[in-house]
Design a protein around this ligand. Structure first.
Ligand code: COA
Length: 425
């Protein structure tokens, strides 16, 4: 069976998290992804957060599946020669270097176009053009500058960053969409183009409901925020809303049986208007179905704290899974707070390939998140990440057609590390 991106060759100049998530997706869809890494050290994440000494970290392995690795010193003249040859033969170059790095290497957009006018050059930077365009950025900086931190957390607490890597993995996803879109356009135009995704923009895109609320604020208080029911005035900017639902359907995180010991014995419950009467039946408040203070969504808005406290009295008598079963039988939207341990052990996620077990030559078996996007004609088979420079010779010979003598010349120049020497190191 062929894969969706069979025949697409990607020159992967990415490192850390944002860029690698993008190229891993392309590899999962069938692209031949050639990861270019600095001889000796490689992607910095290989050695970061190592849980087993001298073994590629989970940080690296979980972001670089299905890729090949070539070591190349791109500041070495022979390295530049190899890079030029790779640009000539690849369809897409993806990079998330600091601002100006690719230009300083001597590979400007103009130069790349000259070498290969069909090349799509895709970049992630922290910021788009503007006052911060020259700044280096990591995940939490993007969350802070893209609107997520100012709107996450509780009103009376600090701004909060979230565990979901919306700045890195989120922007990687945005970039991947840009790349396949540019590949599609190239079918018609025959030309490559630049694709850029700034982390601030990606985070803001994911926070668009908060920009919505910022504008609603000009026309009155945000009535679905609990602070409205608490009689606390709104300021000029969208406040942090704790666990209030971000949509028009009020929701909260509620305690379940065992919450005193288990930090994850909670469930999110949404009081969706069409199922209000069923909620009243389940919690034993049948009078609320017709009482004018509770019967309609607008009437409930100023009483949400009281309503959710009453629902919580009921959820505290059940485990989160019992609540899930009872409420879902009545189509009442809810979801248990699942810990990473529970997710790792979830057999249904294993069955769909959303969580996969991968075998690695130096690490052994480990769990990873598989491809969350399922294509019926292009199923993903997750293959282990490459060792540093594992495919250097293979790429020089098979992709670039270099002879043995030419490969030896490249190694002798110091532009690459021969795989055997690399393994010994
Ligand atoms: N051969 C030779 N030199 C190489 C090389 C190779 N194969 N790969 C990288 N380098 C060099 C670069 O040329 C650069 O040198 P220069 O500064 O002398 O021009 C140097 O490595 C540093 O690159 P840089 O990307 O700036 O790395 P950094 O570790 O200083 O910064 C980031 C890391 C993530 C902060 C930065 O890359 C960045 O802001 N990226 C864009 C935003 C982003 O993706 N952030 C999220 C990362 S998860």
């Amino acid at each position: 069976m062929t894969k969706a991106l069979d025949g697409v060759r990607v020159l992967d100049f990415t490192h850390v998290q944002s860029g690698p998530t993008c190229t891993q997706l392309l590899a999962w869809f069938g692209a031949d992804v050639i990861k270019v890494e600095r001889p000796g050290s490689g992607d910095i994440t290989r050695g970061q957060l190592q849980d087993i000494p001298k073994v590629d970290s989970l940080y690296f392995t979980m972001l670089n599946h299905n890729k090949r690795s070539i070591t190349l010193d791109t500041k070495n003249p022979k390295g530049k020669e190899v890079l030029t040859a790779l640009i000539r033969t690849c369809d897409v170059l993806v990079e998330n270097f600091g601002p100006g790095v690719l230009d300083r290497m001597g590979f400007t957009w103009e130069k790349i176009q000259e070498i290969n006018p069909r090349m799509i050059v895709a970049s992630i930077k922290g910021f788009g053009p503007g006052p911060y365009e020259d700044c280096k950025v990591y995940e939490n900086v993007a969350q802070c500058t893209g609107g997520a931190a100012s709107t996450t957390g509780f009103r009376d607490g600090l701004p909060l960053v979230t565990g979901a890597q919306i700045g890195d993995s989120g922007t990687g996803l945005h970039l991947a969409l840009g790349i396949v879109t540019a590949l599609y356009q190239r079918h018609h135009t025959g030309r490559g183009q630049r694709v850029t995704a700034a982390m601030q923009d990606g985070v803001l895109n994911l926070c668009r409901v908060k920009l919505r609320d910022q504008q609603r604020l000009a026309h009155g208080p945000l009535k679905e925020y609990s602070q409205f029911g608490e009689g606390i005035e709104f300021g000029e900017a969208v406040p942090r809303a704790g666990n209030d639902s971000g949509g028009g359907q009020p929701g909260r995180i509620l305690k379940c049986k065992g919450w005193e010991q288990d930090p994850n014995a909670y469930i999110y419950v949404i009081t969706q208007a069409p199922v209000w009467e069923k909620i009243c039946d389940v919690i034993g408040e049948t009078g609320w179905k017709t009482h004018p203070d509770y019967a309609t969504p607008p009437a409930r808005l100023s009483r949400l704290n009281e309503i959710f406290a009453r629902i919580e009295q009921w959820t505290m008598t059940k485990t989160k899974f019992e609540v899930m079963e009872i409420l879902n039988a009545d189509d009442i939207p809810c979801g248990p707070i699942l810990s990473m341990k529970e997710l790792a052990e979830d057999q249904s996620l294993r069955a769909t390939g959303t969580i996969v077990e991968v075998d690695h030559p130096t690490r052994g078996k480990y769990l990873s998140v598989g491809n969350p996007i399922k294509l019926s004609d292009s199923p993903t088979e997750v293959k282990r990440s490459p060792l540093l420079g594992e495919h250097t010779d293979e790429i020089l010979r098979d992709v670039l057609g270099y002879s043995d003598a030419h490969v030896a010349e490249i190694h002798d120049s110091g532009a690459t590390t021969p795989p055997r020497k690399q393994a010994a190191e």
